[in-house]
Design a protein around this ligand. Structure first.
Ligand code: CUK
Ligand code: CUA
Length: 622
């Protein structure tokens, strides 16, 4: 194994000084932008009114807890979908279902979105995401672009190394960034190596109930798990994860987690883990089925890799995986076949924490080091199997051939790309044509909004010589994104009538208010351009209750007409929900303030939208 230390220590300084070196790029940037604003580039991104984009881009919203939907190639922002944080625009986190899903949390940190897959291809049905901030996983339905389920994952902290799904969405794996004691109970950091673990969770999804479930967990060593990818085709039963801080440092990680010459790729066979669970080879930890790899051998392996790797990406043919060493200026191509052979033969170089280490030389295919390229992070692929790696420090995307290691092309981006995303990039058959660099620093790209700038996404035409042809601000922060062919997503136009739903009210004359002691249930209707809460009342658009009453409002939008969405808010009560066409939504609250409170529709719905109001009257207790 090569020594990476001398290069790496220089790069550490480069990492720190990265912001300073941007200045060097700004001149070349301006010429680059000037040449890219030629007619042909403009034509390529121009989607005339009435025509639609070819791709949807689902960009993670980082610590906004949201997902941003863009059209490609226009790079127009189409929608923000709240996932892990409440959203005033849609009332997400206010209505009963989303409030319950939110679990009391008010923010999230969404890093890596992942589409559901069928035979290794995006099937356009669901999108998964994880929350590094509060250790949750979520699933979004792509018929409605709404979140259907969120689970909190116990025994773990910060599933950054997720989500990646297996070839037929059998599992979504959630390895974590932070090691914690099992059960997250208090343990001194002096006992870190013995008592802490980096737990990986195997999450399943049931399409009928639209629920997520934790199938089992694996108590990996107390290291940080960074990025991951599922195998494809010949490697479909396997998956790989990068680790750092195999030093098991507990303080000053910037220095202490970069000591060792190498860290590891974790290679595991999820089919065999599944079998272990069936065979009862696990322990109960806080109600979860926990597999301990040091006790249950033969399924998980370590492969040495250049220190502090970041991304690991499986090639579309499933034969190789490529690790990028953020502190070493190299990408390393590993062979799955060689790894399987080494496992078969027991060709190991000892073990670490009870897990066998496969010899580096046995599985390494080649080390690739494009000239002057610094800080490789993540790799995507085109339709010819060529690789595109983002270079964080040298602010560029490098195209190279995984079969030969030859550098084929490179293009500067502005600046410091983290991930990039290729069209259908994580499937067994990427599309080519488009790649988007997800840049951490926009700096001089857009009109200034003060000291802090948005992040930027730059569209690169990869059909010929790579060329940046469009740029879009995004705020914050596209850690990762996935790009899917637009025609794979089939949205519904209105929510279908569900006569079995007892909470829904479809006929105006059925709107009613039911009182049971201090509980008030409103079965109301929203329609152009009025509310009907009690069809028989003198004023059908008024809800009158007593101070302290528990109020539940079930509101149905009976405009079965695409895009006619109504909102419902009560002044000064800090609540707002939305009802999309045909939808029934429920909100529950206590009438804890006596007084007169106007209520109104928050979503512009007709010429008489301003008239879509009423009163919420709360009689004082005495
Ligand atoms: S991470 Cu690699 S640059 Cu959260 Cu995927 Cu951001
Ligand atoms: Cu209904 Cu505005």
């Amino acid at each position: 194994m090569k020594k990476w230390i001398p290069i790496a220590s220089g790069l550490l300084a480069g990492f720190v000084a990265a912001t300073i070196s941007f200045a060097d790029f700004s001149k070349s940037t301006n010429t680059e932008v000037a040449s890219s604003s030629t007619k042909s580039a403009a034509e390529k991104v121009y989607v005339p009114f009435g025509e639609k984009d070819d791709y949807y881009l689902f960009a993670s919203g980082g610590h906004s807890g949201q997902m941003f939907i863009y059209g490609v190639p226009s790079m127009r922002h189409i929608r923000t979908v709240p996932v892990f944080s409440p959203d005033s625009a849609t009332g997400y986190g206010f209505d009963e279902h989303s409030k319950e899903m939110m679990g009391g949390y008010t923010w999230g940190d969404l890093h890596h979105p992942a589409f559901s897959e069928t035979n290794g291809d995006y099937d356009g049905k669901y999108m998964f995401a994880t929350d590094v901030g509060n250790s949750r996983a979520a699933v979004m339905n792509l018929e409605t672009f709404t979140v259907k389920d969120i689970i909190e994952v116990p025994n773990t902290s910060g599933p950054h190394c997720a989500a990646f799904v297996t070839e037929n969405t059998e599992y979504m794996f959630l390895p974590t960034r932070f090691a914690v004691p099992l059960g997250s109970e208090y343990k001194s950091l002096d006992e870190y190596s013995e008592q802490y673990r980096g737990v990986m969770s195997a999450v399943t999804f049931d399409q009928n109930s639209e629920k997520l479930n934790i199938a089992y967990q694996v108590a990996l060593p107390p290291w940080s798990y960074d990025l991951s990818d599922a195998g494809k085709k010949i490697s479909k039963d396997w998956a790989v994860l990068t680790t750092y801080n195999t030093e098991e440092a507990t303080t000053n990680l910037e220095i202490n987690a970069s000591q060792a010459d190498r860290d590891f790729i974790v290679l595991f066979n999820w089919k065999e883990l599944e079998q272990m669970v069936k065979d009862g080879k696990y322990e109960d930890v806080g109600g979860q089925k926990m597999i301990f790899p040091e006790k249950q051998k033969g399924v998980i392996y370590l492969i040495p890799v250049a220190k502090s790797p970041h991304g690991v990406d499986v090639t579309p043919d499933g034969k190789h995986f490529i690790a990028s060493g953020k502190l070493a200026p190299a990408m390393t191509v590993f062979s799955f076949e060689k790894a399987f052979e080494a496992v078969e033969k027991g060709d190991f170089a000892g073990e670490r924490n009870g897990i066998p280490i496969i010899k580096y030389e046995s599985v390494m295919e080649r080390e690739v080091n494009p000239e002057n390229a610094l800080g490789p992070l993540h790799t995507q692929f085109d339709d010819k199997g060529m690789a595109y790696t983002t270079m964080f420090i040298s602010s560029e995307v490098v195209k190279w051939d995984p079969n030969t290691g030859e550098t084929l092309d490179r293009v500067p981006v502005q600046y410091s790309p983290g991930h990039s995303v290729a069209a259908e990039g994580d499937t067994v058959a990427p599309d080519g044509q488009w790649l988007i660099a997800l840049n951490k620093i926009a700096k001089d790209s857009y009109l200034s909004v003060g000291p802090s700038h948005p992040e930027s996404m730059q569209l690169i035409d990869i059909s010929g010589k790579m060329k940046v042809i469009q740029s879009s601000p995004v705020n914050p922060e596209p850690h990762y994104a996935q790009m899917i062919k637009a025609d794979k997503i089939k949205t519904i136009e209105v929510y279908p009538k569900n006569e079995k739903n007892e909470l829904a009210t479809y006929k105006q004359e059925d709107a009613k208010i039911v009182r049971n002691r201090n509980k008030v249930d409103v079965y109301g209707i929203a329609m152009r351009s009025k509310f009907i809460f009690d069809a028989k009342a003198k004023r059908p658009d008024v809800i009158e209750v007593n101070e302290g009453d528990e109020v539940t409002i079930h509101l149905t939008n009976i405009d079965f007409d695409e895009d006619i969405t109504h909102g419902f808010a009560i002044n000064s009560y800090d609540l707002n929900i939305e009802v999309q066409p045909g939808q029934t939504n429920t909100i529950k609250f206590t009438a804890d303030k006596a007084g007169t409170f106007p209520l109104y529709c928050t979503n512009f719905c007709s010429a008489l939208h301003q008239e879509m109001t009423g009163y919420f009257l709360v009689k004082p207790k005495n």
